[in-house]
Write a protein that binds this ligand. Structure first.
Ligand code: ADP
Ligand code: MG
Length: 377
């Protein structure tokens, strides 16, 4: 949808012109389930974004509708009750309520939301929604919020209003994205660096499956990691190295050992991946992606039959350097590194093979690293 069409739709609905804000989804290239362990990640923002058309009101009410979901919602900034529970609107109410709770005075507003981010596919449509609406509320109220505050506020909404105890990676990438760059982030210090992608070609394959247990399993993994760190007497798994983990393996149950081993080795892989990308060694980057998938499958147990199948099919294609599941897991997408520009053959072959084995037509996108949150002039 063109922005002019979104604006026209807004005028039809609310009778006056809006400003339009956008925030992108993200794909994580490597560093999975490490963000909530104070570890390292390397996502990039993608050129699928959530747009929020918004205009202020003279009262303190928020009205919202989405072109991607049914239902229209309304709540009052002065009434902290969650009036939108169980609907998609809870993310937006959370963002507004938490900005207010942090001491910012917002204005009432009418909102119309539209997104090109595949929803529920592990490309963080939820973070894009949180960051885009947070930026819209702040901008309408004339507040210049730091990107970190927008990102952290969105993460808090995810915790308190959506019940997912996610790390900071998704909202960070949506806020800070840099065109043609991956983002290397230390989730403890919050130091980050854009890393040029140069000629690296990443392709995203959407299995178009999502298993219901995803959110519960996510929170369970996080609890496992906290338990493992506690037993090892460390603040978080970030503070454990592989040699120490192996030496003290007997102190952990088999499950906790495997969870910890994934996090510890994945942190090492991110650091190696940064080096490989900086040195232009894409084959090494691909090897690290393969190892990441294996660790997520066998040790962290967050893959799925469809993700494993997609990885297997992709690896069978010529010119593929690496393939892994991306995002929280239990469905969603794989991210894949190709040697040269993806040929039409790659997309056709993968699509046909996956459809033949599952009966599902996958979606395949070329990943272009995009800039983070902004207003569309
Ligand atoms: P992901 O973040 O991987 O896309 P989630 O389950 O975390 O998947 O978030 C998806 C949810 O976010 C949707 O079910 C919906 O509640 C909300 N959401 C995302 N995008 C939109 C949108 N454009 N309009 C309304 N709600 C949205
Ligand atoms: Mg999400």
């Amino acid at each position: 949808m063109e922005t002019t069409d979104l604006k026209a739709e807004f005028v039809r609905k609310y009778g006056r012109p809006p400003r339009v804000f956008r925030a992108p989804g993200r794909v994580n290239l490597i560093g999975e389930h490490t963000d909530y362990n104070d570890g390292f990640v390397m996502p990039c923002a993608i050129d699928f974004a959530t747009r929020v058309a918004a205009a202020e009101r003279s009262d303190r009410r928020i009205r919202l509708a989405s072109l991607n979901f049914p239902g229209e919602f309304e709540f009052d900034l002065d009434e902290p009750a969650i009036e939108t529970a169980a609907s998609w609107a809870r993310y937006v109410e959370g963002v507004a309520a938490l900005l207010e709770r942090a001491g910012h005075r917002l204005k009432g507003a009418d909102l119309l939301i539209e997104s090109s981010v595949p929803i529920g596919a592990g490309l963080s449509s939820s973070a894009a929604l949180e960051v885009a609406t947070g930026f819209a509320f702040a901008s309408l109220a004339g507040l210049a919020l730091e990107k970190w505050e927008l990102a952290k506020n969105g993460q808090r909404a995810e915790h308190e209003y959506a019940g997912v105890r996610s790390g900071i990676m998704d909202q960070f990438a949506s806020a800070f994205g840099v065109e043609n760059h991956a983002l290397f982030l230390d989730c403890r210090s919050l130091d980050w660096k854009p890393i040029p992608l140069r000629n690296a070609e990443f392709i995203i394959c959407n299995t178009r499956t999502k298993h219901d247990l995803a959110d519960g399993e996510y929170n369970q993994r996080r609890a496992d990691c906290e338990e493992a760190a506690r037993i090892l007497g460390r603040k978080s798994l970030r503070d454990v190295c592989l040699a120490e983990l192996e030496f003290r393996a007997g102190e952990l149950s088999d499950r906790l050992l495997r969870r910890a081993r994934h996090v510890v080795t994945e942190n090492d892989r991110v650091l190696a991946a940064v080096k490989a990308l900086n040195e232009g060694r894409l084959d090494e980057f691909g090897r690290l992606m393969d190892a990441s998938h294996e660790s997520l499958r066998a040790d962290y147990e967050v893959s799925s039959a469809e993700l494993d199948l997609m990885v297997e099919i992709v690896r069978g294609q010529p010119g593929v350097l690496g393939a892994r599941m991306t995002g929280g897991g239990f469905g969603g997408c794989t991210v894949n590194l190709l040697e040269r520009e993806a040929s039409a053959d790659f997309i056709e072959n993968v699509s046909a093979a996956y459809r033949e084995r599952t009966g599902i037509v996958p979606e395949i996108y070329v990943c272009r690293a995009a800039r983070g949150v902004s207003e569309i002039e």
